[in-house]
Design a protein around this ligand. Structure first.
Ligand SMILES: *[C@@H]1O[C@H](CO)[C@@H](O)[C@H](O)[C@H]1NC(C)=O
Ligand SMILES: *[C@@H]1O[C@H](CO)[C@@H](O)[C@H](O)[C@H]1NC(C)=O
Length: 167
């Protein structure tokens, strides 16, 4: 019985924070997959109770934006997340870099630290990140996140408004 519980607990935590790596993205770059590896668990189709908030909607090249992932009501905690800054479709690319932090794992996408994910399955109220705009891009982008509340409950496409990179 104890062994069974240990196995179940292990599976739960293992799955709650694993993401596929190296998947070819729409822009052809290897990066993280925004969908977690949760077997056949489908994403929630209700509106996400979690949101991504940014400190500004216009940023100069090379300047920072503060990014916060949290539950608006302050009641729900989450275990996992993945986030990146994407330009608009159809030629969407992932841009910018997340600065190193103790509270998240920064993932390299083709040489640039342009995605962030959790560094453990501990339940969190909020995650604060700092993202630096690239110096060679001008135009719009938005943050696109996946937020994992638990193994069975996660939301894809948690996006911000469009943000403009200016000179
Ligand atoms: C990585 O970032 C640099 C500097 O912003 C940029 O010139 C380069 O295109 C980026 N590489 C990719 C693959 O996005
Ligand atoms: C968020 O990112 C995923 C993976 O790149 C992409 O398939 C999806 O279309 C994006 N969502 C939005 C609303 O742009």
């Amino acid at each position: 019985m104890k062994i069974l519980i240990a196995i179940v607990v292990f599976m739960f935590f293992e799955c709650a924070w694993t993401w596929s790596k190296g998947t070819k993205r729409f822009d052809g770059q290897p990066c993280i997959e925004m969908k977690p590896n949760h077997g056949n668990k489908a994403p929630q189709i209700t509106d996400s109770p979690f949101s991504v908030k940014v400190s500004k909607l216009s940023v100069r090249q090379g300047e920072n934006v503060n990014v916060v992932i949290e539950d608006e009501s302050g009641n729900l905690k989450f275990q996992g997340f993945a986030i990146e800054a994407q330009t608009s479709a159809p030629s969407s690319i992932v841009i910018g870099t997340f600065l190193p932090t103790d509270t998240a794992k920064i993932i390299e996408c083709d040489g640039n630290a342009s995605a962030a994910t959790q560094n453990g399955a501990k339940r969190k109220d909020k995650i604060e990140l700092i993202w630096k705009a690239p110096s060679d891009y001008l135009g719009d982008f938005r943050f696109n996140a996946t937020v994992v509340k638990s193994f069975s409950y996660y939301w894809l496409n948690v996006i911000t408004e469009w943000i403009e990179v200016t000179v």
